[in-house]
Design a protein around this ligand. Structure first.
Ligand code: DAH
Length: 334
């Protein structure tokens, strides 16, 4: 089959017309690329038309050649123009979709706060760490030995009455105070010792404005050569002043604990009356003996205080139960 000059000219003209229209109608860069390959690519329509040139008379070829060039350049120009138009539009669309309206209200997500019990613990730990103490912890479920025996409180000791607790079927119990941490720590270490031990405690207490059956304590213990009651008193005084400022009235009161001798309790002013916030004393020699320390060489002092009561004095809270019932109206004040 031979192809005439006229036919080729007509084919080129049709190609130009159809392709120009198609390019104008495209609205994505992917489609545009497909059109380019289809019209101007190696196996595209223009190449196919030019393949017919071989059958032309030699003198007619330059005419078709230059006409093909004109068509090619025209299509190329349309493609280029359309490509930059589509690219521009794409950038514009992206800019619009990513516009940041800084005046739009943000998404509200409430910020949590530190519970007053935890912030009080943090504050106490900060003070004692500043005094060179190490933070220690112990288990909440204890054996009778760590909670009582080793603390010079044998089974028939009347002081146990005040510290009745939850007993588990295997004879273990929920610790009644953080004093048990003293024993754990001393068993594993040698003097000099200075520890501060926060933790949860349990007691069969009748709940009222100043008592809870589950509560927090912080224990301190110092054991060294030559420690005296003066060191204890000085430490407690510095601590309380750091905690409450120098203006809050405090008083030491002689008291009794099985694991200290002599012992004292410390009261601070709260709601117009004295509130007991801690017990303390010189570590009883029997306690030192129970962990293998020689009481002729070492002496120590210890104290244990109620975290909730500290928080109550610090924030003028009238009832300990407010600290446990998760009322946001209350908690958001801190
Ligand atoms: N463990 C005592 C209690 O819970 C408080 C206490 C008193 C702790 C004297 C001590 C201390 O370390 O020396 O009531």
């Amino acid at each position: 089959m031979t192809t005439s000059l006229n036919e080729l000219e007509a084919q080129l003209a049709t190609l130009k017309q159809v392709a120009t229209k198609a390019i104008a109608a495209t609205d994505t860069l992917e489609q545009l690329e497909q059109l380019r390959v289809g019209y101007l690519g190696k196996k595209g329509q223009l190449s196919q038309i030019l393949r017919g040139m071989g059958q032309l008379a030699a003198e007619d070829r330059p005419r078709i050649g230059s006409l093909a060039n004109v068509v090619k350049e025209s299509l190329q120009a349309s493609l280029d123009g359309k490509r930059s138009y589509l690219q521009e539009a794409q950038i514009q669309a992206q800019l619009e979709s990513e516009t940041l309206d800084v005046t739009m209200p943000g998404v509200y997500s409430p910020i949590g706060r530190v519970h007053p019990i935890n912030s009080t613990i943090d504050r106490v730990l900060d003070i004692f760490v500043g005094l060179g103490y190490t933070v220690a912890t112990g288990p909440e479920m204890e054996t009778d030995y760590y909670n009582f025996e080793a603390l010079n409180t044998p089974a028939d000791h009347p002081a146990r009455d005040m510290q009745d607790t939850f007993y588990l079927p295997d004879g273990n119990l929920l610790r009644t105070h953080t004093s048990s941490v003293q024993i754990h720590y001393m068993e594993d270490s040698e003097p000099p010792i200075r520890i501060v031990a926060p933790g949860r405690c349990y007691r069969r207490d009748t709940v009222d404005a100043t008592h809870a059956a589950v509560f927090y304590q912080i224990e301190i213990l110092a054991v060294d050569e030559g420690l005296t009651f003066t060191d204890l008193k000085g430490t407690i005084k510095v601590f309380l002043e750091e905690m409450f400022g120098e203006d809050l009235p405090i008083r030491f009161r002689a008291s009794y604990f099985p694991f200290t001798e002599p012992s004292a309790e410390v009261d601070v002013q709260w709601q117009g009356r004295w509130l007991e916030v801690m017990g303390c004393g010189m570590v009883d020699p029997n306690v030192l003996k129970s962990v293998g320390y020689d009481p002729e060489v070492y002496t120590g002092f210890a104290a244990g205080f109620g975290v909730e009561r500290f928080a109550m004095v610090l924030h003028q809270i009238d009832d300990i139960r407010r600290l446990y019932n998760s009322d946001l109206r209350f908690l958001q004040q801190f």
